[in-house]
Design a protein around this ligand. Structure first.
Ligand SMILES: Nc1nc2c(ncn2[C@@H]2O[C@H](COP(=O)(O)OP(=O)(O)OP(=O)(O)O)[C@@H](O)[C@H]2O)c(=O)[nH]1
Ligand SMILES: [Mg+2]
Length: 303
């Protein structure tokens, strides 16, 4: 049931990869030709050039070692290689999600990617796990942003520190971290602006907020910076993420809107190139449209 839901949510990406793959096998071709076409399919599905090449090089090497070169056997190997990209030792997996750990999560990302909505979903996830959740509305720049997060707080019946429009966002984070400590919450999730007067401004503000979190929150609380990325932007989103990362550290990714795009293959290029784990995925606009990312389940759903 659970697996069927994921499969349905990732249907567009599956169509882009799996259906094309079946066409490759439909005509009799030699094995080299098959792998070349698989590589092309992956590149066209936003897996990214380098990551696709890497996966297919390994596939070629694997296939040399085995006799069975049927469609099923090749797909099985492909699933293995693709899962490995997502679970490689190089990725900092010290932070597999632990719903039981105390944590402060700073949510960052450019405007419109789905930060506020994703915070609403996370709040429900943690609340359902029995945690006391506090939200901080530190996007004081865009008109209406504070009210938007407040709506999610009310929907979830969790507390919130409300900034005032144009208030210094760091002062909202200051108040929220104090309240988190004084009132012994489990989870603090902070919304931030996707856009300020300019990009340098935005990065400087994020650094300021991180410093305040570091100062006010002791080391036994996990501190996360989650970057939200919009999957519908495919490779462009991956490039955008790279430039973001030059300026600020990120501990995990929340990849949104996978329900409405065929570009879900971008997961592989993000994880492979940025070496940052995808921790959550967004699969719709509703409060329950969130999944904790699992590499094997993801790969099995699209191939
Ligand atoms: N289909 C789909 N839509 C989503 C998902 N996550 C967010 N959205 C939609 O994306 C749009 C933008 O979401 P917001 O949460 O306002 O994005 P934001 O990053 O906070 O935007 P700013 O505050 O303007 O920077 C809304 O229409 C959301 O409903 C998702 O997983 N799937
Ligand atoms: Mg927002």
């Amino acid at each position: 049931m659970f697996f069927d839901k994921i499969k349905e949510n990732l249907r567009k990406t599956k169509e882009a990869i799996d259906v094309k793959m079946s066409n490759i096998f439909a005509d009799k071709k030699d094995i080299e030709e098959v792998i070349d076409e698989i590589e092309e399919t992956l590149i066209l599905s936003d897996v990214g050039y380098e990551t696709s090449t890497k996966i297919c090089d390994k596939l070629r090497a694997d296939l040399k070692k085995q006799v069975d070169k049927s469609e099923n056997a090749i797909k099985e190997l492909l699933r293995k290689e693709m899962t490995e990209v997502l679970t490689s030792d190089e990725i900092n997996l010290n932070n597999s999600i632990n719903l039981d750990e105390k944590q402060v999560i700073l949510v960052v990302g450019v405007n419109g990617v789905g930060k506020t909505t994703s915070i609403g979903k996370l709040a429900k996830l943690y609340k359902n796990a029995g945690k006391r959740v506090l939200l901080a509305a530190a996007d004081t720049f865009r008109a209406g942003a504070i009210e938007q997060l407040d709506v999610w707080a009310k929907r979830n019946d969790v507390d919130i520190c409300l900034g005032k429009e144009m208030q210094d966002p760091s002062s909202v984070i200051f108040d929220a971290t104090k309240k988190y400590m004084n009132e012994d919450y489990d989870i603090l999730i902070c919304d931030t602006a996707g856009r300020l007067h300019n990009k340098k401004n935005l990065m400087d503000e994020l650094e300021k907020m991180k410093k305040i979190i570091d100062k006010n929150i002791p080391d036994d609380v996990l501190k996360e910076t989650i970057m939200v990325l919009d999957a519908t932007t495919g490779q462009n989103g991956a490039i955008q993420a790279k430039s973001f990362l030059e300026k600020t550290d990120v501990s995990g990714i929340f990849l949104t809107k996978l329900d409405s795009t065929a570009k879900g293959g971008v997961v592989f290029s993000i994880v492979d190139e940025l070496k940052i784990p995808v921790k959550y995925i967004g699969v719709g606009e509703g409060i329950d449209d969130i999944e904790m990312f699992d590499a094997k389940t993801f790969v099995d759903a699209i191939i």
